[in-house]
Ligand binder design. Structure first.
Ligand code: FAD
Length: 501
């Protein structure tokens, strides 16, 4: 039998996506005949942003044999318990989307039904008071979640804010130590096989050529292989999500870093503030249809509270996705595969799931078309579901002060999102589709933060006396408060574990 296995895997690009793929795939195919080569150009450089993550990142680097503390030390990271949304519903109001559960389910019925029933009976309470992750974050404290939680009240998770450049360097070290070959050089031409249009080899400046069986395109927004060479096509979602530019700038760190990302609504978009141990990352994501670059820059500069470390950089993007993430013998990963604004820190998480898909559907050299079909279908659904979650944040706002917010509120929702909202607002039902990154607690956090609440609760509660709920729910809030009171400040955690010895 002929051996059709892929022998040469070429990764194009050495940003976060390229080096994450190199490190993870080298480990996955450890000891086998697969050669992995990564080509990158220092002169072209990387996008240089991407500092807020979601908890899946920890599972990703733990699979590479790295501990939380090793990664935190190597990347000047801080802990992230969630995202604080400021001024999204209306000016002056904030809420946290935590990585954690709310309350404790009773008699097999999700907690939020009891919470609503109590409120409908005249005792409204803040749902965040039933969530340990949200309450720790609000108090500026941090502790690792218990390993064997005795109740859903103590179920929460955490992620990192890290320096993107240092994280890519760490991934590079892991990849190279395990045998990935790195080639420094600018790719000047992508050569296709005349018979089927598959990529055959890359020409580099200076005359070298790099051949491969399978290419992973991590070349950033331009999509050097997937778009410039294969003309795959891009589905833009700019009619649903208006933001298409960002000013990004780093600033000096001042004060203790909070254990959450701040995202603050502005006149034509929103501003991120990401605390690291040695500095802050800041940026204004905005809609060029609603504000000029100059005015957006002025808004950003006026809002960042600490001295800037350099002049802000403008980044342009087109929200959407590559129509086929896998086309012929090229698989796009990272920005080359599409982009959704970083409101829920999903891009790096999509790189992780992209790598999982590559592992799960790794082809032979005969490239069975069903592999690419499955990969593309899975990628599309996953990305559409993230898109829907992000649209919800814009659509649900109650700000009417600028054209931007009014236009966001007037968007026609995709059917998939409308259905979710209808089900929730009816009787508090959640549906979770396949390949969905965000579980019901995340949707709950956003619904509650935007005061989108069900008009009725689960019918099994019809016989429950709301007054009887007052005491058990007060107990839950008390249990959360007691743990928060005994937890150390986030800064104390960093001082203890993350300072160089
Ligand atoms: P890049 O970093 O652009 O890397 C591209 C690579 O390709 C570089 O090494 C470059 O040298 C190489 N290359 C390109 N052309 C050539 C050539 N001709 N020859 C050789 N090499 C070439 N994600 C999150 O998860 N959280 C966040 O908080 C977050 N914030 C973001 C904020 C903004 C404003 C933007 C735009 C993105 C953000 N992201 C975030 C996304 C995140 O930055 C990216 O997903 C991540 O950095 C991966 O980028 P990349 O590796 O795909 O591309």
């Amino acid at each position: 039998m002929q051996d059709h296995r892929i022998r040469k895997l070429v990764i194009v690009g050495g940003g976060t996506a390229g080096w994450m793929a190199a490190a993870a795939l080298r480990r996955h195919f450890h000891g086998g005949p697969l050669e992995i080569t990564l080509v990158e150009s220092e002169e072209i450089g990387t996008v240089g942003v991407g500092e807020a993550t979601i908890p899946t990142i920890r599972g990703f680097y733990q699979q590479l044999g790295l501990s939380d503390i090793e990664v935190m030390r190597a990347t000047q990271a801080t802990c992230k318990l969630g995202i604080r949304f400021n001024g999204w519903l209306r000016e002056g109001q904030s809420f946290i989307h935590p990585f954690g559960h709310f309350g404790q389910d009773l008699r097999g019925v999700p907690f939020h039904h009891y919470w609503r029933k109590l409120a409908q009976a005249g005792e409204p309470t803040d749902i965040a008071d039933y969530c340990l992750g949200a309450s720790l974050a609000a108090a500026g404290k941090f502790m690792a979640p218990p390993r064997n939680p005795t109740s859903t009240l103590s179920v929460f998770d955490w992620a990192l804010h890290f320096d993107a450049g240092l994280f890519a360097q760490l991934m590079r070290r892991v990849a190279e130590d395990n045998g990935v070959r790195r080639i420094e050089g600018k790719i000047t031409k992508v050569n296709l096989r005349p018979e089927d249009g598959f990529v055959a080899w890359l020409d580099l400046e200076g005359g070298a050529r790099v051949e491969g069986d399978l290419f992973i395109d991590c070349s950033g927004f331009r999509g050097l292989l997937i778009e410039e060479a294969l003309h795959t096509g891009y589905e833009s979602w700019s009619d649903l999500l208006f933001c298409d530019r960002a000013w990004a700038v780093q600033s000096e760190g001042q004060g203790d870093p909070p254990p959450y990302t701040d995202v603050t609504a502005h006149s034509a978009g929103w501003r991120w503030r990401i605390p690291l141990q040695h500095r802050y990352g800041n940026g204004y994501v905005f809609s060029s249809r609603h504000i000029s670059d100059e005015d957006a820059l002025a808004e950003l500069k006026a809002a960042v509270p600490d001295p800037l470390l350099h002049e802000p950089r403008l980044i342009r993007f087109n929200p959407g996705r590559r129509e086929q993430v896998w086309n012929k013998n090229v698989i796009a990963l990272g920005l080359a595969s599409g982009f959704l604004e970083p409101l829920e820190s999903t891009s790096i998480a999509l790189i992780e799931t992209g790598i999982e898909k590559i592992k799960a559907l790794f082809p032979d050299r005969d490239f069975a078309p069903e592999l690419a079909d499955e990969f593309n279908d899975w990628s599309r659904r996953e990305m559409e579901r993230v898109r829907d979650f992000i649209i919800l944040h814009y659509w649900a706002n109650k700000r009417r002060d600028t054209a931007f917010w009014r236009d966001c509120n007037a968007v026609t929702l995709p059917d998939t999102l409308q259905r979710k909202i209808d089900l929730f607002l009816g009787r508090g039902h959640f549906v979770r589709y396949r390949w969905e990154m965000f579980a019901p607690p995340s949707w709950m956090a956003i619904y509650a933060g935007f005061e989108l609440l069900p008009s009725a609760v689960d019918p099994s509660l019809d016989g429950v006396d709301p007054k009887a709920l007052s005491a058990p729910l007060a107990e839950m809030r008390k249990a959360v408060r007691e743990v928060v009171a005994s937890a150390p400040p986030h800064q104390a955690f960093l001082d203890q574990y993350c300072r160089p010895a």
